[in-house]
Design a protein around this ligand. Structure first.
Ligand code: ADP
Length: 252
């Protein structure tokens, strides 16, 4: 009897270990699939603007273009190059967050001042799109890396302006939630369909690919928000109503 008990006990342990191994293998496979998909996406996203740049440059080089069309073609080359610069910048930010390669030390930061700074930077974009941006709330603090917190809030405000409607508004609120400092960025924009709410934080996911591209998105902004928030152990909440607006809260 004791021997049977012992064998049964060992069996349980073995079974448990085999299950753990399976979980490990599943996770590694998922990670490998994810990396493969990410690499494929990056290649595609880089290739598209590069192909355009190369095409326009070749036409100009071959002298096929009429003199008066050159500024327009040069403009397209410039726009595509700018797109590449933003894209490469976002990819680097993401990989740094991924590898936790951030050497900077966390410090006590005034969230209200960071938000005010972002709003000042985005003023020309808001002006151009006739969107009114307001800040409210109070000076609350969080332990963090200033550059990353700035990027998180920048990406949220940038989206709130980009995906807004003519004459719409954006409200940035620095407030307390269950005794924790929180920032909410709320807009009166086009909203996100309910079925896409979870997916918007995925790399390269865009609700409307052509629309997002037209207004200059890389599809990486909210991934940076997600990873940046995780780096600060902050929680993200998203509420959105199609055609009505979106509200994203980061609770530190
Ligand atoms: P992008 O660079 O395309 O803006 P993001 O990762 O920042 O990429 O956002 C992913 C997608 O989520 C966007 O393409 C857009 O479709 C949607 N989205 C993000 N923020 C908002 C918002 N405030 N209102 C409506 N849609 C949004």
């Amino acid at each position: 009897k004791p021997l049977v008990d012992k064998i049964s006990e060992q069996n349980k342990v073995l079974n448990y270990q085999i299950n753990q191994l399976q979980v490990d293998v599943d996770e590694k496979t998922k990670e490998a699939d994810f990396r493969k998909e990410f690499t494929a996406n990056v290649s595609h996203e880089l290739k598209t603007p590069l192909t355009s740049i190369s095409g326009f440059a070749e036409i100009i080089k071959n002298g096929i273009v009429k003199e008066e069309d050159i500024p327009r073609f040069a403009g397209r080359i410039y726009d595509e190059a700018q797109r590449l610069i933003t894209l490469v910048g976002d990819i680097i930010k993401l990989s740094q967050l991924d590898e936790k390669q951030i050497a900077a030390r966390k410090e006590r930061l005034d969230l209200y001042l960071i938000c005010q700074d972002v709003i000042d930077t985005l003023e020309p974009a808001a002006f151009e799109r006739h969107v009114d941006v307001q800040i409210m709330g109070k000076h609350l603090y969080a332990e963090g890396v200033g550059q990353i917190l700035g990027e998180i809030i920048y990406n949220l405000c940038d989206n709130a302006i980009k995906y807004n409607k003519e004459g719409g508004s954006v409200t940035v609120n620095v407030h307390e939630e269950d005794g924790k400092a929180a920032v909410t960025v709320q807009d009166t924009g086009i909203g996100i369909p309910e079925e896409d709410l979870d997916r918007v934080f995925e790399r390269f996911f865009r609700v409307n690919k052509s629309h997002s591209k037209e207004i200059g998105g890389t599809g990486l902004g909210l991934s940076i928000v997600k990873h940046g928030a995780a780096y600060h152990n902050a929680r993200i909440r998203i509420d959105s109503k199609l055609n009505n607006g979106t509200s994203i809260t980061i609770v530190f």
